[in-house]
Write a protein that binds this ligand. Sequence first.
Ligand SMILES: [Fe+2]
Length: 391
Amino acid sequence: MFDEMLMAMVRSPPSQSPLLQQANPPRDGFDRRNPRNHLRSVRNRCAKRQRNLPANRLYNCRSEAESPRVFVVSDLHTDYPENMAWVRRLSRAWHGGDVLVVAGDVAETYRNFVSTMAELKERFGAVFFVPGNHDLWCRREEGKFMNSLEKLNALLDACSELGVETGPRTIDGLGIIPLFSWYHKSFDKEKDITDVKIPSLEMACKDFHACKWSPQLSNNGVALALHFDMMNEMNHNAIKEVQTTSNHIITFSHFVPRQELCPEKRMLFYPNLPKIIGSDFLEKRLRSIHGNFVSGSACHLFGHTHFCWDSVVDGIRYVQAPLAYPRERKRRMNGGEDWLPFCIYFKGFTDKLSPAYWSDYYSENKREPKNTDLAPWVAKFYTRHTRRRGP
Ligand SMILES: [Fe+2]
């Protein structure tokens, strides 16, 4: 998402990347008028392939004594062919007894979403999912969904048909709780950068154009963030049940629960990023779930900003393990294709994700939310940008 906004700043008006243009070639057998037909054919293929897997590789056939391994990945963005190819390269043999948590932004189109989740469900014993912003984009759905909430319902229905979990569940004493969320501007509490001209949120973030909401659910106030947070109420009883039957709990969301889980504004090419990434309601809700658990046994997984992250704040471990865009992986010091999905749990929580550049940086450097001196790379970017376009 971060890169996308950066691209939006460099190009005006934001244009579609060539990679994205290749992302949706027409495929034989996809019924554009009825996406559910696609789901049916994918599901049939999936069931046939699952029958061919050795029985002991299927999650439901695991030995009672085995502890589940839980893997996490966010921001799969399989509209990029390279990312879909990465999903298809995941082993069919290794993960039959494992759980995979997918923390949102699977794909922009319903078709790619269903194909991706079916591929994952063929490989993992259990797959959990929460929606991200890209999952709810309607711009390439050719009018199939009236709005983003209708698309959300279609995605949840598809998950239910594929056997993908979208609600809380306990697996061998480990509770896994998906949390719906959306961002709101007031999540950003740190001092604004005013020395350079920063593009508006509407210009930088495609959600404002690619998602469709009813007039009551504007993306400007807290209405959307509240709406998504209230969706978690339908799982109230299931969450209580998981709390009473679990030794450890993993909650997960697509969006960011605390501003400290994102670099300071002066470090960012788009300094207003914190206004479109997180939710105070989310942090409150996950704390209400983890509240009774002692430090070290609570973990929250998230996505969206595409920064690898692993830090403990006020007793809860927060982890982001994004696949992200192909061009971001090339620039990342730890790539991602070979170590993702990241194993977060096996007989307890695993060691720290390494390297996680920004959370490692903040483990040694104090955050300075009032400091608005731009980092050298940001200052250089805005100097060039201003020279090219004029003030
Ligand atoms: Fe996102």
